[in-house]
Design a protein around this ligand. Structure first.
Ligand SMILES: [Mg+2]
Length: 232
C-alpha cells in the first residue's frame, strides 16, 4: 500500500456550499450595474446575465474551464449589448470575485483542516475560481491549483498530475477528497490518485468505488488506518 504524502481538497461544495455564494455574488454585480451602468441592469436581470455567461461558455468550449475569463467575457458582452463602455466589465468582475470568495465554511472545516494540516501537506484542486487567501484557508494549504492554471478542469487527469508535479510526488501518494463522484473521484482515480467521496447530503455514495464519508470529521481515521487508500 502506498503511503499518503499529501491530501488535495476540492473546494466548492466540499469546504463550503457554493450555490448561495454565487447567487449573492451575481446579485451584487447586478446591484453594482444599477448604480454604475444602469443600461446594463435594465437590459439584463440576474437571470439574464447568467444566461449570457452560459452562452459565452458554449461559444468558447476550449476555454470554458476558465471561469474567470467566461465571466469577464460575458460582462463585456452585456456592456456592449446595453450600449455602455465595455471597460465597466472589469470593476463589475471584481465585485463578483470579491463576493464569490466571501464563503461560509461548513462547520467541520476549521477543526478538521487545521488538525490535518499539522501532519499532512494540504493542497486545493478546484475547477472554480475561488481564491485560497480570500476564503481564509491559505494558512493551512501549501497551494491551490485551479482549472485555469492546469489548463483543464477535473475530471481531466491534468489537474491531478499538475498537483503531483508541483508536490514532487507520485499521483498514488496523493489522496483527493471531494463531493463529486465524476470530477473528484473518477478524475482522481483515472489520474492514479487515491480518493475519498465526501457525501454531505447522503445521496451520491451508492456503489462508490472509494470510501464515502458524510463529513470531514470521519476523514482523519480513514487516513490513519489506511482505509483511505482502498479502492475497489
Ligand atoms: Mg465540488
Amino acid at each position: 500500500m502506498t503511503q499518503i504524502r499529501a491530501i488535495s481538497f476540492d473546494l466548492d461544495d466540499t469546504l463550503w456550499p457554493v450555490a448561495p455564494v454565487i447567487e449573492t455574488a451575481e446579485q451584487a454585480v447586478h446591484a453594482w450595474f444599477l448604480r454604475h451602468g444602469p443600461p446594463v441592469a435594465r437590459c439584463f436581470d440576474v437571470e439574464g446575465l447568467r444566461r449570457l455567461r452560459l452562452a459565452v461558455a458554449e461559444a468558447h468550449p476550449e476555454q470554458a474551464h476558465d471561469l474567470s475569463l467566461m465571466r469577464r467575457l460575458s460582462l463585456r458582452l452585456a456592456c456592449r449589448q446595453a450600449g455602455v463602455d465595455e471597460d465597466l466589465a472589469e470593476p463589475a468582475f471584481q465585485i463578483f470575485f470579491e463576493a464569490r470568495n466571501r464563503v461560509q465554511w461548513y462547520e467541520d472545516v476549521a477543526e478538521v483542516i487545521s488538525s490535518l494540516a499539522e501532519r499532512h501537506t494540504l493542497v486545493a484542486l478546484s475547477n472554480g475560481n475561488a481564491d485560497l487567501a480570500l476564503t481564509g484557508l491559505a494558512p493551512w494549504f501549501r497551494f491551490g491549483i485551479s482549472a485555469i492554471e492546469a489548463g483543464a478542469a477535473k475530471p481531466d487527469p491534468r489537474m491531478f498530475h499538475h498537483a503531483a508535479r508541483r508536490l514532487d510526488l507520485a499521483p498514488a501518494e496523493i489522496l483527493h477528497v471531494g463531493d463529486d463522484p465524476l470530477r473528484d473521484v473518477a478524475g482522481a482515480r483515472r489520474a492514479g490518485c487515491a480518493a475519498v467521496l465526501l457525501d454531505r447530503i447522503g445521496d451520491r455514495g451508492v456503489d462508490s468505488p472509494v470510501p464515502v464519508i458524510r463529513n470531514l470529521r470521519a476523514l482523519p481515521a480513514l487516513i490513519e488506518d489506511g482505509t483511505a487508500t482502498r479502492s475497489a
